[in-house]
Ligand binder design. Structure first.
Ligand SMILES: Nc1ncnc2c1ncn2[C@@H]1O[C@H](COP(=O)(O)OP(=O)(O)OP(=O)(O)O)[C@@H](O)[C@H]1O
Ligand SMILES: Cc1ncc(COP(=O)(O)O)c(N)n1
Length: 503
């Protein structure tokens, strides 16, 4: 990792069966790319069925642990879990107050009150103290019953209620609330097909909502601990809460999917924190996530929809001469693009990928032929003869796009070539869907618009995305950056290509 590994301190209780508490925190921090530390607030006697005993160190010994760490180690983020009584909460509060003068660590508070098993982990009279501790946190991650206790109300029965309660708490305490859907109807019943939403909510409302699948497993012990430590770690790495949530949620959902491959206890077992690393999947990194790449070009995509050519093509007002110019340039583009796809085929490590790129390269040439014929027909309709397939000169925009692709093919690695050719699939498919929707029987370019959307092209786009996604996840950081650069540059070139004017 080129970035400095963040130091994450968990202030929490111990679960000797390893699924929750500091054991879950340390595994989650490691899985998400942080260096984990732990100051113990409580020892529990606990397994996957429940808690049979709690032993608390004196509050001043909690402080002693925290002071020892802070005297020596830079702490980038703090995750707070089980705080069993008022004395411990006050000790942690006082320590946080001292740390948070100036640029102190980010603080995630998981207001643990009751374990999944139903056992109480916090004294009744500690709730008021926990409310006070909110003033030392940046993010609080209550489950639905805990959210209700903090607000002194009934637990939310619907997701809409949960969001409303989260906003109320965010306003009262002036911090971000992570509303969690784990306890909505269906929780822990192993039912498949449901959703498990989570949302970051601030005083002004929802900042980010993620509606992921509910994994059909009863092994959910420690999900709250794991999510909050993942959030602390990923925030320390990436510096913003929505990015941290996207990465944390993706990682946790996969850890839940992998949970049943562990064999730990006969009750609610733990999630598989490290399974993704064992499988060679890297630590969560939104910079390797193609959904994130797609969002990065959100503005550009909106701008492409507003480009004169795309608007006039959609509404049918595009002049024939402009259309023919586009066909000519696209035909030049496709001939070289096909060569770059052939380069991807040459570099592909597997037969399946080699076949995919080679087939795409050949389909480009077929499409080029189709375009050339369309140009001939267009010109003939106007009583002209267009230049032959090798005759039309490339416009500056076409040349610029092709130069970028050719340099990727000349000096780029296989992942970089894949990233460079991707926008031509993805943006074309995206725009094509909207253009095809604008089609009507009397549209002057009806035949042409029909070509824009085809199930085969959708499938090829999906495959190009999947290949590039796998390569981005596996790439070392420098190569991943080169992939992203190539992808962003191709996206800009797509935009310029659409926007070019006939000379
Ligand atoms: N079956 C599931 N499938 C997918 N995600 C889940 C599932 N159960 C819980 N989660 C997720 O786990 C995280 C913790 O949610 P939950 O609401 O269960 O918190 P919690 O009660 O604090 O956790 P714990 O189970 O540790 O008590 C959330 O991101 C939630 O969406
Ligand atoms: C030491 C400790 N801390 C927190 C929890 C809550 O986790 P869960 O709600 O998943 O049981 C726990 N069970 N034990």
């Amino acid at each position: 990792m080129p970035e400095t590994t963040p130091n994450i301190l968990s202030i929490a209780g111990s679960d000797p069966s390893g699924g929750a508490g500091i054991q879950a925190d340390l595994k989650s921090i490691a899985a998400c790319g942080g260096y984990g530390m732990a100051a113990l607030t409580a020892l529990t006697a606990q397994n996957t069925h429940g808690v049979t005993g709690v032993h608390l160190p004196p509050a001043d010994f909690v402080t002693a642990q925290l002071d020892a760490v802070a005297a020596d180690v830079r702490v980038d983020a703090v995750k707070i879990g089980m705080l069993a009584n008022v004395e411990t909460i006050e000790a942690v509060g006082a320590w946080l107050a001292a740390q948070r003068t100036g640029s102190g660590p980010a603080v995630v508070l998981d207001p643990v009150m009751v374990a999944t098993s139903g056992d109480r982990l916090t004294d009744d009279d500690a709730v008021a103290a926990l409310r006070y501790l909110l003033s030392h946190a940046d993010l609080v991650t209550p489950n639905l019953p805990e959210l209700a206790v903090l607000l002194d109300t009934e637990p939310a029965a619907t997701w809409a209620d949960a969001l409303e309660q989260a906003q109320r708490l965010a306003t009262q305490a002036d911090l971000l609330v992570l509303a969690k859907g784990g306890h909505l109807a269906g929780h822990d019943d192993g039912a498949a097909g449901g959703r498990c939403p989570d949302a970051l909510v601030g005083p002004d409302g929802v900042v980010l909502e993620l509606d992921d699948e509910r994994v059909a497993t009863t092994n959910t012990h420690g999900t709250g601990c794991s999510l909050s430590s993942a959030m602390a770690t990923l925030y320390a790495r990436f510096g913003d809460w929505p990015t941290a949530l996207r990465a944390a949620k993706g990682w946790l959902t996969q850890a839940l999917r992998d949970a049943d491959s562990l064999d730990v206890g006969t009750g609610h077992g733990p999630v598989n924190h490290l399974g993704q690393l064992w499988d060679g999947r890297s630590v969560p990194d939104p910079r390797a996530d193609l959904a994130h790449w797609w969002e990065l070009i959100g503005d550009l995509r909106a701008r492409i929809d507003g480009v004169w050519f795309v608007k006039e093509l959609a509404d049918g007002s595009l002049a024939r001469a402009d259309f023919e110019h586009y066909l000519a340039q696209d035909s030049i583009y496709l001939r070289t693009y096909s060569k770059v796809l052939s380069k991807a085929a040459q570099l592909a490590p597997t037969l399946a990928e080699q076949q995919f790129w080679a087939k795409s390269a050949s389909e480009c040439l077929e499409m080029e032929l189709g375009l050339h014929e369309a140009r001939l027909a267009e010109a003939e309709a106007r009583g002209e003869t267009p230049a032959g397939p090798d005759g039309a000169p490339a416009s500056p925009e076409t040349r610029s796009y092709l130069n970028h692709l050719l340099s990727a093919a000349a000096v780029g690695s296989y992942p970089v070539v894949a990233a460079a050719v991707l926008p031509c699939y993805w943006l074309y498919q995206d725009i094509g869907t909207r253009l095809a929707a604008a089609n009507r029987p009397d549209h002057p370019y009806a035949d042409w618009l029909g070509l824009y959307s085809s199930p085969e092209f959708d499938a090829a786009t999906r495959q190009a995305i999947d290949i590039t996604q796998r390569l981005a996840r596996q790439a070392p950081p420098a190569e991943r950056e080169a992939m992203l650069d190539a992808y962003l540059e191709s996206s800009r070139q797509e935009m310029d290509f659409f926007a070019q004017r006939r000379p």
